[in-house]
Design a protein around this ligand. Sequence first.
Ligand code: PEP
Length: 252
Amino acid sequence: MRRKIIAGNWKMNKLRSEAVELVKGLIPLVADVRDVDIVVCPVYVSLSTVYDLIKDTNIALGAQDCFWEEKGAYTGEVSAPMLKDVGASYVVIGHSERRQYFGETDEWVNKKTRAALKAGLTPIVCVGERLEEREVGRTIDVISRQLEGGFAGFDKGQIGGCVIAYEPVWAIGTGKTATPEQAQEVHSFIRGWLKDNYGEEVADKVRIQYGGSVKPANARSLLTQPDIDGALVGGASLKAEDFAEIVKAAIV
Ligand code: PEP
């Protein structure tokens, strides 16, 4: 049985003092949770501060992106070893906002994911279709292309070290959640893709999160689908109570 993983993507929100307040609120609310992996992903500049508060708790640290080179003349970028160095265990890669606003391609996702694995981080690799793609029946084509490109050349060990997040773009920050059935359909396709390309053992092991307007009210119905192994939560992760409720909805 796959252990559920709930990650909060804080996006570009929270000053350092606000991040401290949020995480201090969250720690006691989830302190008793043992069988769910809990991750918070603050902005780069708050990573160290948040890590100091959570390092002895059941909450792990994630970043929202990384660059693929380890160091050098890449002004403004942050590398995977640097994230590891400040206490991160996870890194979100290929989020739809990065694809939309920063021109991130499947090839970049591939390079960043490799760099994250090399640094000992667990990549959370995001895939998802846009509304116009869903409306013309291209959802599975788009997800296939993102998986093929994002994981091109990966061996079983590499893909086995990743988490995949299915995030339909039309459901992110819009309040429109995919129905549990719509989400399960795509998760089941991703599981099948893993099985066809890497075999049953890998397919059984890799966790696939759902993301897109997950809230306390809909979390349980999504998280009880057979191929949904967790959630990547944006808006609702900015409130300690809401995020804690989503974490608790993942307890089996
Ligand atoms: C996200 O940013 O990954 C996300 C799913 O956002 P929201 O939960 O706000 O839709």
